[in-house]
Design a protein around this ligand. Structure first.
Ligand code: NAG
Length: 579
């Protein structure tokens, strides 16, 4: 067995010797690739260096997906050309893989190996990406009560944690991170605002996206006033503000009950008296919604106010009745209305509700207070004097004065007759004046159709002279018609006054200047033309006179004679000459 033993010893030794030789001469990794993160778009280098590489051997790189062959030695596979390259001193076994502009597809496991190495060196490359956030929709306008979903789209590597917040508010909802969807169920006006989606994956910066929610809602009037508001009478201005919310922002106005009259907001009542007491409604309206209102009763309280507190004078005839009325608005109602009478001797009498010999006082409730009526029946002369009513309550008092005059019944009759006579006389005088004035205006229209001009001459005084001139001018219609029956001047209907105030102003002053001559005896009793002088239709055998000249007084002889030149005139033509 010594031979066998020797063989075994030799074999062991050989193996050991071989292993020593291999260790000295075989390839080995000097630097192995290490796992790394690269920001998307950046450049990354995976290092690999092998010692003792036989000259005939190449270093191989494999990578994603599924360990595809990237390179052999310095040669890059066709499909990886462009962004991939091998760097380093290949004579020293350096084969570093550099990737430019890292993309998501570059992420995965890489291997650096060679044929003479049994073991392989692998590393993982992660292409990381900070979150990029897109929110859809960016904004929304919804009606109150509606629901909506808002999605936060996040592009990131590794996946990000997504959170929703409301700017300036506590979160009114639960957030579903996985779906990155914000569920807004039956929104209310308080949900309106800006929402922020926040995405974080550890790669800075943090991603943000925003969503703006607008909620449309019907106007709402805030409880800033009660259903009844008490205001002190005489207060120096009172205002009541109405606050309403809504989207769109409502228009806020005030309306008094049973009226369509709107007042602004705040409601201002000045002066504060019993007339402003009543129901008012604040009305808030915005487009797209029905108007909303809220009522309040403005209750005026304070001292009594006597209506129409100025002095009233009553005059009655002896034996008649007189009722003095004192109407009082007051809240609370007056403690009572007292009447005072001071007669002509200065003696004062007080009356309260009730009946005495000649004076009855009664009170009536009204919607705003009390009415007190003092009646003096079958008044005697000595019941004249100053009466006064006074109403008072805890806030103060108000009063009204009356003067009662009682006239002697005989004296009254005389006065009535005198007054009637004077009035009648005046009426007659005025009537006459008006008639004459109207005659002048009539002149203006007839003699000129266009508006009166500045250069227009003063209209002539009407009268017989006038009639004559008008006829000569070829206007046979006289300006005035003479009423033969009573001899008065009867004017034509008054002309319509020119609308131009200037021309009116021109006409009247002249009328005034001219008028005095009008008042002469002649004018008052215009001469009625002698019926015999009226032109008549000419006919055979008759003398039909034409008045060519008429002196102021057309008394005298009139001659009827045949024309000098019959050929120029129709047969039987005659002239009348006045002289
Ligand atoms: C929101 O999304 C939920 C499911 O995620 C769906 O049931 C609901 O109808 C969506 N609401 C709206 C308003 O789209």
């Amino acid at each position: 067995m010594p031979v066998a033993t020797d063989l075994v010893v030799f074999a062991v030794f050989f193996v050991l010797a071989l292993s020593v030789v291999l260790k000295v001469d075989g390839a080995s990794y000097r630097e192995r690739p290490k796992s790394a993160d690269v920001l998307k778009g950046d450049t990354v280098t995976l290092h690999c260096a092998i010692d003792g590489l036989p000259p005939s051997e190449m270093v191989q790189w494999y990578g994603p997906p599924d360990m595809r062959h990237i390179s052999s030695g310095n040669v890059i596979a066709k499909r990886f050309k462009g962004r991939y390259r091998i760097l380093g001193d290949t004579t020293r076994g350096e084969h570093n893989l550099q990737i430019l502009r890292a993309a998501n597809s570059d992420e995965g496991d890489y291997r650096c190996s060679t044929l003479s190495l049994d073991e392989t060196a692998e590393a993982t490359l992660a292409v990381v990406d900070p979150p990029t956030v897109t929110v859809t929709p960016k904004s929304s306008r919804v009606m109150e009560g509606e629901s909506l979903n808002v999605t936060c789209h996040v592009d990131s590597n590794p996946p990000a944690d997504v959170d929703w917040r409301k700017v300036g508010h506590a979160l009114p909802f639960r957030v579903d991170n996985r779906g990155q969807v914000l569920h807004l169920d039956r929104v209310s006006s308080s949900d309106a605002g800006i929402y922020q989606c926040i995405a974080e994956n550890g790669i800075p910066p943090v991603g943000y996206g925003t969503f703006t929610l607008e909620v449309l809602f019907t106007p709402r009037i805030r409880q800033t006033f009660d259903t009844k508001v008490s205001v002190l009478y005489g207060q120096d201005g009172f205002s009541l503000e109405c606050v309403a919310e809504g989207n769109p922002r409502p228009q806020v106005r005030w309306r008094r009950q049973n009226t369509e009259l709107y007042m602004g907001n705040p409601l201002v009542l000045s002066p504060v008296n019993y007339d402003v007491e009543g129901k008012y409604a604040c009305v808030a309206s915005s487009p797209g919604f029905a108007s909303v209102d809220k009522e309040t009763f403005i209750d005026v309280v304070g001292r009594p106010e006597v209506r129409d507190s100025s002095l009233s004078t009553l005059t009655i005839v002896e034996g008649g009745d007189a009722t003095l009325i004192c109407e009082v608005a007051s809240d609370p109602v007056p403690d009572g209305i007292t009447w005072f009478w001071r007669d002509s001797n200065g003696k004062e009498t007080i009356y309260t509700a009730g009946i005495t010999e000649h004076v009855a006082v009664r009170e009536e409730r009204t919607s705003k207070g009390v009415k007190s009526l003092l009646t003096v029946s079958t008044a005697a002369l000595d019941q004249a004097g100053n009466y006064m009513c006074r109403a008072s309550n805890m806030f103060g008092s108000d009063q009204k004065d009356f003067r009662l005059e009682v006239q002697d019944s005989h004296l009254t009759l005389i006065i009535v007759i005198a007054v009637t006579t004077v009035v009648s006389l005046l009426a007659v005088i005025v009537g006459v004046c008006i008639v004459k004035k109207k005659g002048w205006i009539s002149d203006d229209r007839d003699s000129e159709t266009s508006s009166v001009s500045v250069s227009r001459p003063v209209p002539p005084v009407p009268g017989p002279d006038m009639v004559d001139r008008e006829e000569r001018d070829g206007k046979p219609e006289g300006l005035y018609e003479y009423d033969v029956n009573n001899g008065t001047l009867k004017p034509r209907p008054p002309p319509r006054l020119d609308k131009d105030p200037y021309s009116i102003g021109l006409s009247y002053p002249r009328l005034v200047n001219v008028l005095p001559s009008y008042a002469t005896v002649e004018r008052d009793q215009p001469k009625s033309p002698d019926p015999d002088l009226q032109p008549r239709p000419s006919g055979d055998g008759e003398c039909a006179p034409t008045i060519t000249e008429l002196p102021p007084r057309h008394s005298g002889l009139f001659e009827c004679k045949a024309a000098d030149n019959p050929s120029q005139r129709p047969p039987g033509y005659n002239e009348i000459h006045a002289f």
